[in-house]
Design a binder for this molecule. Sequence first.
Ligand code: GTP
Ligand code: MG
Length: 327
Amino acid sequence: MNENLVVPAQGPSPPPKIVAAIPCYNEERCIGSVVIKTKKYVNSVVVIDDGSSDSTVEVASGAGALVRGHIQNRGYGVAIRSALAAGRELDADILVILDGDGQHDPAQIPGLLKPILDGEADMVVGSRFLDGRTKSPLYRRFGQRVLNTATAVGSGQSLSDSQSGFRAYSAKALEALSLSESGMAVSSELQFAAGRSGLRVTEVPISVSYEGELKRSPIAHGVSVLTRVTVLFSLRQPLVLFGLPGFAMVIAGLIFGARVLTIYSNTRELALGNALGTILLTLAGLLAIFAALMLQAMKELMRGGAAEMVKEVKEAIARKSPGKRKQ
Ligand SMILES: Nc1nc2c(ncn2[C@@H]2O[C@H](COP(=O)(O)OP(=O)(O)OP(=O)(O)O)[C@@H](O)[C@H]2O)c(=O)[nH]1
Ligand SMILES: [Mg+2]
């Protein structure tokens, strides 16, 4: 423990255990200094090695980090899931996740911990856009805004930085969050999952450095995250995403059908265009309504099944270790 560690006012309870997890894929260049700087603010640092082919693991453990990870590269989303699992494994009261490429400043960790230590939040998102301090390139800001809007509409929760990788999680959040995305869309998925679990989410301003070279095409990245956000939205609100447009298409099909009948009764001619429109719109609409109902049924089944599973696991854990702490 060191003097920079944030601890709440003296009280009867022991100081919280704070763990930092750093997902890394080939970050040998920066990970050593990131670990050393991060150690000043937390009790332990764990590096999640995502199948790096360079010396990330050696550098990280040499700098004093625990290393967990994957034999093969599995993607950022899986690395985040492993980071949350490491937080649970190490019995963290608060888990901070930050990138291993040096873009996040570990000195800002105390700011992320504060809302959780004050009992005001379960998930704290470090936002690059909360105050005007981050000078990211214009195209990045535009892309981020599109992703923020899509994620807010899809998840029903609004954040100024839906794609931030610098976040803190309370023990309650570590237990509640269940994720499935394997790629970069996991940041958006966290917003969906936090809303679903009723977690209190807040943002604090952070700065990010953009000195290194670009790792991926911003367009491909944006499109892939948007696609996944749409899928997440369709699972969360299938009746809105498919049901409503389907219903509108069926109504439009019926209007076209009425026109076909009117034209036929007046002229005894079949209005081919209108007839085709009737068939296409009605069929597409019925298909969308069918998809909405199927997805809604799946969602309810999954929710029931997941709740049942969580209950069973909790009961099994309670039976095995009746005295173990964790709210
Ligand atoms: N790209 C990538 N990063 C991963 C992966 N697994 C873990 N990471 C780590 O996740 C963190 C964030 O990834 P970055 O590629 O830097 O994502 P980003 O910060 O949004 O993108 P840049 O601004 O281009 O750096 C880094 O510490 C990576 O090393 C993976 O499969 N791919
Ligand atoms: Mg980065």
